[in-house]
Design a binder for this molecule. Sequence first.
Ligand SMILES: NC(=O)c1ccc[n+]([C@@H]2O[C@H](COP(=O)([O-])OP(=O)(O)OC[C@H]3O[C@@H](n4cnc5c(N)ncnc54)[C@H](O)[C@@H]3O)[C@@H](O)[C@H]2O)c1
Length: 353
Amino acid sequence: MKLLIVGGAGFVGSNLAILLKEKHSGYEIICMDNLKRRGSELNLTRLASAKVEFLHGDIRNKEDLELVDRADLIIDASGNPSVMAGITSPVTPVITNNLIGTVNCLELAKKLNASFIFLSTSRVYPIHTIESLGYSETDKRFELQLNGEVKGASNNGITEDFPLEGSRSFYGATKLASEILIQEYHSLLNVKTIINRCSVITGPWQMGKVDQGVVVLWTSRHYWNRDLQYFGYGGEGKQVRDVVHIKDFAELIDYQIEHIDELSGQTYNVGGGMENSVSLNELSSICAEVTGNKLEIKGVEENRIADVRIYVTDNSKVTAATGWKPKLSVKEIVGDINKWIGSNEEDLKNILE
Ligand SMILES: NC(=O)c1ccc[n+]([C@@H]2O[C@H](COP(=O)([O-])OP(=O)(O)OC[C@H]3O[C@@H](n4cnc5c(N)ncnc54)[C@H](O)[C@@H]3O)[C@@H](O)[C@H]2O)c1
């Protein structure tokens, strides 16, 4: 098995490469990355120690991708993963990175007769429809409270049947546009493909910042006793997300690689699910317990643009198809991140915001 992971020095890409190589020493793995994300350079020594080859390249340049002349499977873990991309920064880069770059990778997959696994996002689902879902409120969190009024939504979370009509951020739009093209490469050009619409994936080596990587941001701010704020929705940190440890996620990708023929053409929602859902307020308590530092967190009334009150993955389809379920709890995830920061304090203190 020869794997090409693009975005392979990033959080998901580097961890996938290392965990897959640990499990399958016979896999030949190449990671390509343009090292645009601050902190990705720290992963180069980890990749080298794991005997994963690194190629400095940009998926926007076909010439860079053509440096790879053989691959059985390509994992697209590259791009700009921030929901603020194109809103607080120019639009064109998010389109060229997240859409044109992915098309270049699909062209390479077609040329090399390689399969293709895509890391899409829960952000493909429109903001307004998510925000219109029924909810209730406890003193720590929002909860879904539905009577089946929207297809694909229940008190267990959001399935793949959730409607796709509406605005979703440039980030979500470029991912959905990529998904649509992936389906054509699958149906018309016989490329084997799997699309994973992921919610929050987290764990050690995620270079968390304000607009991406909330669990690492929260843990590191607690670790260093730095400021944090709850933005929007009354300023009490009741927004909820589901989170999955990168190790659990890697187990799913491992299964998908080994069962690509049977799973090809499918799209899955993938995340921590209801059991691993957490509000910011609850996350603060977990971080305080794990790090030993309790922060005074103030509320800011104003909502963040493109934010949603609550998103939780319903993993029913992926679990039925693969048997996969996340195993590690939110507390175990925060514990792992805390240990990682502690062992890499010097390198991380200027990178983690
Ligand atoms: N981490 C999450 O919670 C999450 C959730 C849903 C989807 N995803 C998707 O998973 C993928 C990986 O996310 P991540 O959290 O590892 O982000 P990351 O920023 O850590 O990794 C992305 C990597 O891609 C590289 N990159 C960016 N543009 C590139 C280009 N043009 N050519 C080559 N490399 C390029 C960056 O340098 C970085 O190392 C992204 O596509 C993201 O949208 C992530």
